[in-house]
Design a protein around this ligand. Structure first.
Ligand code: CTP
Length: 407
């Protein structure tokens, strides 16, 4: 049997990027031989094994044919007579379809190295269409390698377009899609992911609520970039630039969905868009079975981001409601993430990226003031149950009034 390094490990070594996990392909072996050598079988779908010591993935060379819709609709053929070239041709991109032996000799039948140099994300063959998840993968790679100047080859974009129109994307499971989305959002230029999805028509299938924001104007005085879609991408870009976690990036992407529902005659104003957007945020959250912390923050940021921007003008009672809604006493981190999302929203405006955001410290100070209330004296006064709750609220309100007066 011959063993080759394949996929991302070869690509990233040639790009001079750090290689984190290594995938291997095994040519000329049978399942029985692998088991005899101590490899552990994984995955019911494909003949993939884990190395007994390193735990890295070793897959038998295989060919794939699609015989149905979605990811389940595969038949594969793995046998010792499948060649390396046959295994490589079923892969997604030419830059991912190179193999290397233990002497670092490259096997590159589909000219991946040439495409690396040309900074092109190009599909290997029509077999690309056999897994619609690849539409998201290409957009993710475009985001990851944008800073190196990579773009999607026109013929690949065309194929992604056809796949998006074919209804195949709807067959993806929420789990597979979310995994790609989450990884893409954590790249340095996540906005490129959304741009590429939009360009190939996948955005209007996967997240029509975001697609709908493009072409929707906002008042130029607050939003010099005008277009709501452009603004959303800038907010996401800022979130990445400021190294925000996934929760914040997800909330940034969804915060203005309500603006897509404003009747044209009301443009460029978007009255109550925060509230109107909530059902859309919920729908997107559910579509991809998004993790709970991301879901929650997106809804809270959607509902309250304007409160964040107006923090310095809020009445103490409104400030208190805001802090209560976030349960800032038990969930301080979530409130920090809200503040971060609001700040990214403010910075994601053309020409205002560097402007300071005093609301952030003001909100932090308000949270500290409300949190500083001592419960013990109220207990000593005999308050209990709902009355105690009301008394605590009253004290917090007093503290917020004092905070606002001295701020
Ligand atoms: N692959 C593919 N189609 C997919 C998933 C994977 O063709 N839908 C192939 C590609 O050749 C890819 C390899 O399997 O390079 C390994 O896949 P994976 O580990 O998911 O990606 P990497 O390319 O290693 O990229 P990353 O750095 O994002 O992990």
């Amino acid at each position: 049997m011959q063993i080759y390094k394949v996929g991302g490990a070869v690509r990233d070594r040639l790009l001079g990027k750090p290689v984190t996990d290594i995938d291997w392909v095994v040519v000329g072996a049978t399942t029985e031989e692998m088991l005899a050598k101590g490899y552990r079988p994984v995955g019911a779908d494909f003949p993939v094994f884990l190395h007994p010591k390193s735990g890295e993935e070793y897959a038998l060379a295989r060919t794939e044919r699609k015989n149905g819709r979605g990811y389940g609709g595969f038949i594969f053929h793995a046998s010792p007579d499948v060649t390396l070239e046959e295994d490589l041709i079923r892969r997604d991109l030419t830059i991912n379809a190179m193999a290397e032996d233990d002497q670092q000799n490259l096997t590159d039948p589909y000219h991946g190295q040439q495409d690396l140099e040309a900074r092109l994300l190009r599909h290997v063959s029509p077999a690309f269409a056999e897994d619609p998840l690849r539409v998201l993968r290409v957009a993710r790679f475009a985001a990851r390698y944008a800073e190196l100047g990579f773009t999607v080859a026109p013929e690949t974009l065309e194929l992604m377009h056809q796949l998006s129109e074919s209804g195949e994307l709807e067959a993806l499971t929420p789990e597979r899609s979310w995994k790609e989305i989450a990884r893409a959002l954590m790249e340095d230029q996540p906005q490129v992911f959304i741009e590429v999805l939009r360009e190939c028509g996948a955005l209007k299938v996967l997240m029509p609520e975001i697609d709908a924001l493009f072409g929707v104007p906002q008042p130029e005085a607050h939003h010099p970039e005008i277009d709501t879609g452009v603004h959303t991408l800038s907010v996401l870009e800022q979130a990445a630039r400021h190294k925000q976690p996934l929760t914040v990036r997800w909330a940034c992407l969804l915060h203005d969905l309500g603006k897509g529902l404003t009747p044209e005659k009301e443009w460029p104003r978007h009255i109550a868009h925060e509230h109107k957007g909530l059902k859309l945020i919920k729908a997107v959250n559910e579509r991809f079975k998004v993790p709970k912390d991301c879901q929650e923050l997106a809804l809270l940021v959607g509902k309250y981001h304007t409160h964040g921007h107006r923090a310095l003008e809020l009445k103490p009672s409104t400030l208190l409601e805001l802090l209560q809604s976030f349960d800032v006493y038990r969930r301080p981190q979530r409130f920090e993430e809200f503040i971060a999302a609001c700040e990214m929203d403010a910075r994601g405006r053309k020409g205002l990226e560097q402007r300071s955001y005093p609301q952030a410290d003001y909100l932090r100070g308000a949270a500290t003031a409300a949190r500083s209330i001592a419960v013990q004296p109220l207990l000593e006064k005999g308050f209990k149950g709902p009355e105690l709750g009301e008394a605590i609220k009253g004290e917090r309100l007093k503290a917020l009034k004092a905070y606002k007066d001295q701020a």
